[in-house]
Design a protein around this ligand. Structure first.
Ligand code: SF4
Length: 256
């Protein structure tokens, strides 16, 4: 269930490691600046100060981006200017965070899941509401039963709703609530659908890794993620908690 309480430990994990990565990179860059100081000075007497100022600016912006995320999670006003930087920062610092996390026995998937939890919480705290017809719900192809003969990736209406996988349940929800539902075979097709439909918000169902990249890819479009369930391992006859999907939909669909 997507409750604030349930997400609390996860978001701390992500933000903590992001901050640790930022400190690590800042120290490394300071060291590199110190070592190259004389070399820079040989080129121009102003160069060390210019490079130093640029590094301080980058450090301030990235620290501001993390603070912005913390403010958003606390429901406090944030600076929109930092939103885009937050995603850029995550893109560049995430590999460092994964390596630091490894030292403490934290798996990459845990960290990706924590990012999704943080992003979802920011989405919910922003109070975003969209009309159902402007909402796109995307699900991965592995949600379809592998033995199902019906071609649903071009048109999910080809699903016969036999009840053997969650695609039929999502089709029923789509009919009931009025959102657009699409089954994507990969990130490229998902992005194409977003471009074509031009929704106001996206609800994506996927694994931690795909949700993390997808949420960043569609920014500034607001996106909320629901993790799939993988009883047969990754990408094979996956499931989704339909009650959780419904709960998230109820939070974001605007009622007249
Ligand atoms: S619910 Fe739809 S997609 Fe799933 S197995 Fe049945 S017909 Fe195929």
């Amino acid at each position: 269930m997507l409750t604030l309480e349930a997400l609390r430990p996860k978001k701390r994990l992500f933000l903590g490691l992001l901050l640790a990565s930022e400190i690590f990179v800042a120290v490394a860059l300071y060291g590199a600046w110190k070592i190259s100081y004389l070399g820079l000075e040989n080129i121009s007497e102003y160069l060390p100060a210019i490079v130093g100022a640029l590094l301080i600016l980058a450090g301030t912006v990235s620290f501001g981006a993390v603070c912005n995320m913390v403010l958003a999670l606390k429901g406090l006003p944030t600076l929109k200017l930092f939103h885009r930087w937050s995603f850029a920062l995550i893109k560049y610092l995430f590999p460092v965070a994964v390596r630091i996390g490894k030292i403490f026995g934290i798996r990459r998937r845990q960290l990706e899941g924590s990012f999704v939890a943080v992003s979802n919480l920011i989405f919910i705290k922003s109070g975003i509401k969209v009309p159902a017809e402007r909402l796109l719900v995307l699900s991965p192809h592995c949600l379809q039963l592998s033995s199902c003969p019906h071609k649903i990736t071009r048109d999910p209406h080809n699903c016969k709703r036999c009840g053997r996988c969650n695609v039929g349940d999502l089709m029923k929800l789509s009919d009931e609530l009025g959102f657009t539902f699409f089954v994507a075979t990969g990130g490229t097709l998902a992005r194409q659908m977003v471009k074509k439909i031009r929704p106001q918000a996206v609800l994506a169902i996927a694994c931690e890794r795909d949700l993390m990249s997808g949420i960043q890819d569609v920014y500034p479009l607001p996106a909320v993620g629901v993790l799939n369930i993988r009883p047969n391992g990754p990408c094979n006859n996956t499931r989704v908690d339909i009650d959780e999907v419904r709960r998230v939909l109820n939070r974001i669909i605007e009622r007249e």
